[in-house]
Write a protein that binds this ligand. Structure first.
Ligand SMILES: [Zn+2]
Length: 341
């Protein structure tokens, strides 16, 4: 993702402030009244399954083992095939949305957004997303800055959590639709401080998908984006665009995390706006979407210290963090069905 920018946020807010992205997930079944008594409507409750952090960790290791997932590379192609197969193994309906995108350095990238649909026939849906590509260079490192990074946390962690959630949904059915969207080419953007607005050099897969959603007129109840959700001692602030365009979802996720005892990670603090995949999903597809992203303030950018460096390898991953994020989002999904949220 791109460094936080208040300028961009202010522009964006002024353009779209009139768009009311009020969540429709508070919709309850209609209450039928019959005389003086009001019969209770009951929603069948489904137990929230336990998120397995070991499984999520292995999902990250598998991605890293393919090598850097930079478009046009062998590691990228092989990992894409594996991700599709994993979704299919969990019974999801898979769409490989192939497209070409122009890298800001001139190369034409062959890209693919990988979409796994859980119960595609159901109208009530939730969008869960992460980017699966990894950065082509280590521009925040001091050595080998032109070499691509492993991207265990930046890329791998969000995907690892979502694959485990796909496994859980398959094993613990619930009557709600979930679309897992793995965006390509999020992290190939121009991070130079040249005074230009380079935001559109980032999130190429999200931009393509948001203009070409896999369902025409796609309107899920809400979206949740995961990015850098595997590092040690995370700090998930309430990200700026999320607060502006999906405040009800922010509340549901942070309140759920608190109920699970994770307030030390999902801190009740407001963070800056980040240009990440959700920015384009909100702007172009008009879907209320939040971003769960760790900003512990270890770098000038606020991101983790291994951000865009060669230290973003498996040693950066902490299973405790994977559990907190995975259990929180899993609980939000199941409790949306249960009518608790
Ligand atoms: Zn990144």
């Amino acid at each position: 993702m791109f460094a936080p920018t208040h300028l961009l946020r202010n522009l964006f807010v002024s353009l779209f402030v009139t768009v009311a992205f009020t969540a429709c997930i508070d919709d309850k079944p209609p209450v039928v009244t019959n005389g003086p008594t009001t019969p209770k409507t009951t929603v069948p409750q489904v137990a929230v399954p336990a998120f397995n952090e070991d499984s999520a960790y292995i999902n990250i290791q598998k991605q890293v083992d393919f090598g850097p997932r930079v478009p046009n590379t062998d590691g990228h192609r092989k990992c894409a095939a594996w991700l599709s197969d994993e979704f299919k193994r969990y019974g999801l309906t898979v769409i490989e949305q192939k497209f070409q995108a122009q890298h800001y350095k001139g190369t034409t990238f062959n890209c693919v957004n990988i979409i796994g649909q859980y119960k595609p026939e159901l109208p009530n849906r939730i969008l869960l997303a992460a980017h699966w590509d990894t950065r082509f260079m280590a521009d925040q490192d001091t050595q080998n800055t032109n070499k691509p990074i492993d991207g265990a946390d930046d890329g791998g962690s969000g995907v690892g959590v979502l694959l485990e959630m796909a496994r859980l949904l398959n094993a613990n059915p619930v009557d709600i639709g979930v679309d897992f969207v793995l965006f390509d080419a999020e992290d190939q953007g121009n991070d130079s401080d040249d005074g230009q607005d380079n935001s559109r050099t980032w999130c190429l897969g999200a931009q393509h998908w948001a203009k070409n959603t896999h369902i025409p007129g796609y309107a899920p109840m809400y979206g949740i984006l995961l990015d850098m959700v595997g590092g040690k001692n995370p700090k998930f602030e309430r990200e700026g665009l999320s607060r502006t365009f999906a405040p009800a979802i922010v509340d549901k996720v942070w309140n759920t995390a608190a109920s699970l005892g994770y307030s030390h990670a999902f801190v009740p603090e407001d963070g800056a706006a980040i240009t990440d995949d959700h920015f384009f999903v909100i702007q172009l597809a008009r879907i209320p979407m939040i971003d769960i992203i760790s900003r512990p303030g270890e770098t000038k950018s606020g991101f983790v210290k291994h951000w865009h460096t060669h230290d973003d390898d498996m040693s950066a991953i902490d299973k405790t963090t994977l559990k907190m994020v995975g259990q929180t989002v899993t609980t939000v999904v199941y409790n949306t069905y249960n009518g608790v949220l």
